[in-house]
Design a protein around this ligand. Sequence first.
Ligand code: CA
Ligand code: CA
Ligand code: CA
Length: 141
Amino acid sequence: MKTISLCLGLLIAVPAVAQGMASDRADLAQRLSQADADGDGQVTRAEFVAYRAGQFARFDRNGDGFISDDDVPRLLAGRFAPRLQAMRQQFDTNHDGRISRDEFVNGPARGFDLADANHDNIVTAAEMKALNDKSKAIRGG
Ligand SMILES: [Ca+2]
Ligand SMILES: [Ca+2]
Ligand SMILES: [Ca+2]
């Protein structure tokens, strides 16, 4: 019985997840191209890590070296709490409720890994394009 209800749950959840993934992927290709610091049209893992370090500084608004609830303006807490929670699940490896610079910069690079189809630690222009095309296909556009 458990398996059946799980399957049903998955079936219902899939369209929403697919749509979410499509926009995630489009964002991802865009974000990855931003990480191309030397402008050669491809993003190496080193470029990606450097880009992340820059992102960390943006998230860590109070500059205490951690991304935590304290960095979210109270007015926006409702909007950003789920996002922060998702980030914690991904990056807070020592589970102290905040994300340190190391945890963030060296954390799972799911986006990069997804884009780097041949796993050579370089996301080429072709790999980025493939990612974009895939997201369009999912959208049906
Ligand atoms: Ca580059
Ligand atoms: Ca932590
Ligand atoms: Ca590659």
